[in-house]
Write a protein that binds this ligand. Structure first.
Ligand SMILES: Nc1ncnc2c1ncn2[C@@H]1O[C@H](COP(=O)(O)OP(=O)(O)OP(=O)(O)O)[C@@H](O)[C@H]1O
Ligand SMILES: [Mg+2]
Length: 508
């Protein structure tokens, strides 16, 4: 079943239930009210009649006699109220029986009244009790069988007293049919109100259901949009209810899909770039080797140059091997396949070695290479990878500095070892700095320095390795002024230390 119908049915059911409960209560309350009001009125009439009788001169005071003509006159007054009076009086002074004194049998007409009141009624009346009741159809007052099949009556019996002695009782009665016709009027009014309310409820239920369904449909349409590849979705949400929450969640989902889509596109772009760069990097040495091999094959290379050609080919082959190895290395580091075996050691030792190894290279570039730092500078790292990192950074500094100064500084920071490599070389623009961690990136591809077989992989590997150590690498550079690399290696946490200890134990 469609949601709109489900919602309408539930709204409608609630409204219907409320209307029935309220309607029933109102009707019940009203009919009770009408009856008690009627009894109240009838009682009032009975008391008024008593006063009229007692004050009238024709009333024979103290003699317990009632003048029917007087009662008849009083009754005439109440004709409009459709009320009947019936009066019972003591049969005689001695016995406790009673007889109907008004109206006489001939004047009884349509009113179904017994000849005398029951003993039970009479004794209750003597105790000044007012009797209120409704006779059922076909029954007389007090439950006696009616000879003619009487109409139901609502009646009040009021005792009349003179000098503290009850001398008569008046039954003031009204036809139940008259009272019920009042109630029926209310019932029909209520029924009309009910029908109007139901129609309004139906319209309201429809509007409410349509509003909710439209909100759900908005999310549905958005889902279709996403399915069609459009992730630019922003559903309105006021955080009022679950549908709003759904819209918010949907927005979050669309955003993360959009982000992953962008990431996928970026990765794809990088993959393409990588393939192009890798192919380009390999083509140069391969072309050189191929050219030389062809020269050798067709004897186009003079005998004395052959040795040099072979040396050139070896160099190019080495470069290719390094390229492939670096790529493999980078992938392994990036995908976390390389396990670091970290330990705490004094960094000054390996730093001295690096300086020794690179002094010649620095001298070739007319650079001064100095190391600053007081042994021990404790660092927590994988020894070989640490050497690889610093070596790469220092080698870059030499590579891009002529006639300058290169300073390696080692010191302790807060729970970390800090190394800075600064040079007074060519420097970089902020734009170039942003990209140096990318694979195959060379700030200026024209300044090819084949001496070191530049491939633009060095810093990508360094970056990945430092990250794997949980450290940081930052660069500040100014064009034509120089560059400074700052590296930090955090100390071992307890967990790291335990891990490395267990590694060593397994290795031993
Ligand atoms: N100290 C530096 N001064 C100026 N530019 C630098 C410095 N270090 C790196 N760069 C720039 O960053 C680029 C990337 O460096 P990276 O070490 O990754 O590659 P490479 O040195 O060109 O090649 P490889 O190290 O793979 O042989 C360099 O080509 C250079 O443009
Ligand atoms: Mg390099």
């Amino acid at each position: 079943m469609k949601l709109i119908y489900q919602l309408m049915i539930s709204f409608f059911a609630v409204i219907l239930t409320v209307i029935f409960i309220v309607g029933g209560t109102v009707l019940n309350y009203y009919s009770n009210y009408v009856y008690s009001n009627t009894f109240e009125q009838l009682t009032g009439y009975g008391q008024n009649a008593e006063q009229l009788v007692m004050s009238s001169e024709t009333g024979v005071k103290g003699q317990y006699q009632i003048s029917p003509s007087m009662i008849h006159k009083i009754e005439q007054v109440f004709t409009n109220q459709r009320v009947n009076f019936t009066i019972y009086s003591k049969a005689d002074n001695e016995s406790n029986d009673n007889v109907r004194v008004y109206p006489t049998d001939g004047d009884l007409g349509h009113r179904p009244m017994p000849d005398h009141l029951s003993k039970e009624y009479w004794s209750r009346l003597q105790k000044s009790e007012y009797i209120r009741d409704v006779s059922s159809s076909g029954k007389l007052l007090g439950g006696q069988q009616s000879p003619k099949g009487a109409q139901p009556q609502a009646y009040v019996v009021v005792p009349w007293f003179y000098q503290n002695k009850m001398f008569a009782a008046i039954v003031v009665s009204a036809r139940v049919a008259d009272i019920d016709s009042n109630i029926a009027q209310i019932e029909s009014n209520l029924f009309v109100a009910l029908i109007i309310s139901l129609v309004l409820a139906l319209i309201l239920a429809y509007l409410l259901a349509r509003y909710q369904v439209s909100r759900v449909n908005r999310v549905r349409h958005a889902a279709h949009e996403v399915a069609d590849g459009n992730f630019d979705i922003d559903l309105p949400s006021k955080h009022r209810d679950e549908i709003d929450d759904l819209a918010t969640d949907f927005n979050i989902m669309a955003k993360s899909l959009r982000d992953s889509q962008t990431e996928i596109e970026r990765q794809e772009e990088r993959r393409k770039e990588f393939m192009a760069n890798a192919a380009h990097e390999m083509r140069t040495p391969l072309t050189t080797i191929n050219g030389l091999l062809e020269g050798l094959a067709y004897d186009a290379i003079p005998e004395e140059s052959k040795g040099k050609s072979i040396e050139l080919m070896r160099g190019e082959t080495k470069r290719l091997i390094r390229l492939v190895n670096d790529n493999l290395d980078y992938e392994k580091i990036r995908t976390g396949q390389i396990k670091l075996s970290r330990r705490q050691f004094d960094a000054m030792g390996p730093l001295h070695n690096i300086v020794t190894q690179l002094t010649k290279k620095a001298a070739d570039a007319k650079d001064k290479l100095t190391l600053e730092g007081e042994s021990p500078v404790s660092v927590y790292a994988d020894y070989d990878r640490f050497v690889q990192i610093i070596f790469n950074v220092v080698q870059n500094a030499i590579q891009f500095t002529q006639d300058g100064q290169i300073t390696i500084k080692a010191e302790r920071g807060f729970h970390e070892a800090v190394f800075t490599v600064s040079d007074t070389g060519i420097g970089m623009t902020p734009d170039q700095v942003k990209n140096i961690w990318d694979r195959y990136y060379k700030a200026d591809p024209s300044r090819k320095n084949t001496k070191y077989g530049e491939s633009g992989l060095g810093l990508s590997i360094v970056h990945s390795l430092v990250k794997q150590h949980g450290g940081t690498i930052k660069v500040t550079s100014e064009l034509h002024k120089g560059t400074t690399f700052k590296l930090t290696f955090p100390d071992a946490t307890d967990a790291d230390a335990m891990e490395s200890a267990s590694h060593r134990k397994r290795g031993a």
